[in-house]
Design a protein around this ligand. Structure first.
Ligand code: TYM
Length: 329
């Protein structure tokens, strides 16, 4: 079976609709066809300052959400990145392969560092290189992510290719797995920019009170027109709502447009609020159940890390050997 790897940051505690529709839904689906490795990337989280207690709690809350959304720990290795030290180890090797200018061209770094008021750490700069190591350790064929990660995957492929050319074929070149329709979910208050936890105005969080989320949806920014049609360029807000509705309900955008003919934006928003509430209510109940038994949750993560390490340690050993590191006897 082909391999798949992906990761998500635990920083916000709750995941948002962009995370779910852009990536996590695909994580769940790919378990059927792939050997899956999914991690909560706590090493990535500390590229910006974290309160230790909050980080630990959010890491568990993240794992519980992944389970609640349908990640099956029997089939997939679900783990915490820092439990598998090979990530940091291969990360170092990859850093030594990356050009300074190359790292500087990463647009997420530019955005994030521009937003940071306090000092920007070197970790934020080398962040995508650690991500490359995450992926390459597992020889992943596919990496399910949203559109915003495409450039990081290109860097990953470049680094794998560079290593292979210099030291002999060691790493598989991974393919991004990006589902076009939901690759970029937009902010409800600013439908020209992506929904993002770092710009929290119009973000729909999975763990928020569904009533509050329904209210956020009802006050989503649309336009001064009145027709419900799919036209991302001229009607970004309405189109975003249609995409979200379609993804959650399974009804096609065309069918939604036909059904809402002659109706108003308010009707669409109200129904989407209901669709979202119906989706998220059982998810929240499952999250609570997983968080009610922390010893069991930690055990699931420990097993996941063990499975991940089996694969990761093999790749790292081969890499060290290729580089010319003296074997420890
Ligand atoms: P993160 O934690 O910011 O986001 C997790 C996933 O959610 C996707 N996503 C979106 N998709 C569509 N619309 C949006 N508005 C939206 N916002 C977020 C992201 O594309 C991502 O797939 N660097 C990664 C984490 C990472 C990783 C990895 C991913 C670390 N190592 C290895 C893949 C493979 C990140 O910060 O994702």
């Amino acid at each position: 079976r082909p391999r798949v790897l992906s990761g998500i940051q635990p920083t916000a505690g709750s995941f948002h609709l962009g995370n779910y529709l852009g990536a996590l839904r695909q994580w769940v689906a790919l378990q059927e066809t792939h050997d899956a490795f999914y991690c909560v990337v706590d090493l990535h989280a500390i590229t910006v300052a974290q309160d230790p207690k909050v980080l630990r709690q959010n890491t568990r809350v993240s794992a519980a959400q992944l389970l609640a959304l349908g990640i099956d720990p029997e089939r997939s290795a679900l783990f915490v990145q820092s439990h598998v030290p090979e990530h940091a180890q291969l990360g170092w090797v990859m850093q030594c392969l990356t050009g300074f200018g190359e790292a500087g061209r990463m647009t997420q770094f530019k955005d994030k560092s521009a937003r940071q008021e306090a000092g920007v750490g070197v970790g934020l700069f080398t962040y995508p290189i650690l991500q490359a190591a995450d992926i390459l350790l597992y020889q992943a064929h596919h990496v399910p992510v949203g559109e915003d990660q495409r450039q990081h995957l290109e860097l990953t492929r470049d680094l794998a290719q560079r290593f292979n050319t210099r030291y002999g074929k060691t790493f598989r070149l991974p393919e991004p797995y990006i589902v076009k329709d939901t690759a970029k979910i937009y902010d409800l208050q600013d439908p020209t920019s992506k929904m993002s936890k770092s710009v929290p105005a119009g973000v729909v969080e999975l763990l928020d009170d569904p009533k509050r989320s329904a209210k956020k949806i009802r006050s989503a920014v649309t336009d001064t027109g009145r027709e419900i049609v799919y036209d991302p360029e001229h009607k970004a807000g309405v189109s975003n709502l249609l995409v979200i509705h379609s993804a959650l309900s399974g009804e096609s955008v065309d069918s939604l447009v036909a059904r809402f003919e002659g109706k108003g934006y308010g009707d669409l928003k109200k129904e989407l609020g209901e669709v979202f509430t119906e989706f998220v209510t059982p998810v929240q109940a499952r999250v609570d159940a997983y968080l009610a038994d922390l010893p069991e949750l930690d055990k699931v993560l420990a097993r996941g890390a063990e499975r991940a390490r089996e694969v990761a340690s093999r790749t790292l050993a081969r890499t060290y050997e290729r580089i010319g590191f003296l074997a420890r006897t």
